[in-house]
Design a protein around this ligand. Structure first.
Ligand SMILES: [Zn+2]
Length: 287
């Protein structure tokens, strides 16, 4: 079975992410269970999580990825920012673990987040701070739920735009077995990974540096921005600089076929445009 889908909303209730998946005919989803620009510091009540778990039964949804709030920065010297980031990730990791404990047949991929920006630290210090943060968070949440570092577009001091830097964050953690990766095709493209001309080279590099088994998901996005521009702007599939031909080769690469592909493109705001975007993805995915 191929796993593919899109970012969907949880607005109005946690069960709504599953309803969206059914409505648009996808088996893998990403959602953000709390408001994107507010620190998530309180546990989500279990009855709200159960609304999702109950909706999931018989829905055909196979993979769930949780995207943490956008405010996270684990590479900060500032201890208040570091603490709020860690506490938000604890809230999300508990959410992931609760779903894992209560839902049958739903693979919770983990909690993904942008590792951060090392404004007041060197990149080496930033990596160390992130690794320490990962361990602290994991120690607060017993279980198996995973933290997933997302590759970044690397503008300014943003960390995690190279595979080597992502690997160093995980390698520095004691609890590596609960740390994985989400690779964003747009962020990688603008960070110097050319899907159009070097698919084989990139796949080998991912395997060598990160280990393909540690890549839990791809964010599948075309790019509004030029190759190597370090600018984070997603485009609809086939409408950007990567193009449909390269994206088709990427999603059907034999070594990547078992990894879920989840889109975060501008068309996914709902309605016919969203359905058309999902239909484009379905049309290029081969069994
Ligand atoms: Zn992404």
């Amino acid at each position: 079975m191929r796993y593919f889908g899109a970012h969907v909303t949880s607005a109005g209730g946690h069960q709504n992410s599953i309803k969206e998946a059914v409505k648009y005919g996808i088996n893998s989803i990403q959602t953000m269970p709390t408001a994107p620009m507010r620190w998530a510091l309180k546990d989500v009540p279990v009855d709200q999580i159960d609304a999702l778990v109950n909706e999931h039964k018989g829905s055909g949804v196979e993979k769930l990825l949780l995207h943490c709030v956008y405010l996270i920065n684990l590479a900060r010297q500032d201890s208040q920012m570091f603490h709020l980031s860690k506490m938000s990730l604890v809230t999300y990791l508990k959410y992931a673990q609760t779903v894992m404990d209560r839902a049958d047949g739903l693979d919770v991929l983990g909690v993904t987040f942008h590792p951060g920006s090392a404004k007041d630290l060197t990149p080496e210090e930033g990596v160390k701070r992130i690794s320490e943060g990962l361990d602290w968070i994991i120690e607060q949440v017993p279980g198996r739920a995973m933290l997933l570092l997302e590759s970044s577009a690397g503008s300014g001091n943003v960390m995690g735009d190279t595979l080597e830097e992502l690997a160093a964050m995980r390698e520095g953690a004691v609890h590596k077995e609960r740390v994985g990766y989400v690779l964003d095709t747009q962020h990688m493209f603008v960070s110097g990974y050319d899907w159009r001309n070097d698919l084989e080279g990139i796949v080998s590099k991912i395997d060598e540096v990160l280990g393909l088994e540690n890549v839990r998901c791809f964010h599948l996005n075309d790019s509004m921005m030029d190759f190597n521009s370090h600018r984070d702007r997603h485009e609809n599939l086939g409408k950007g600089e990567i193009g449909l031909e390269a994206i088709t080769a990427l999603v059907n690469h034999p070594k990547l076929k078992n990894i879920p592909f989840i889109m975060e493109t501008p068309a996914l705001k709902g309605g016919e445009e969203m359905q058309a975007e999902i239909d484009t993805l379905k049309s290029i995915i081969k069994e």
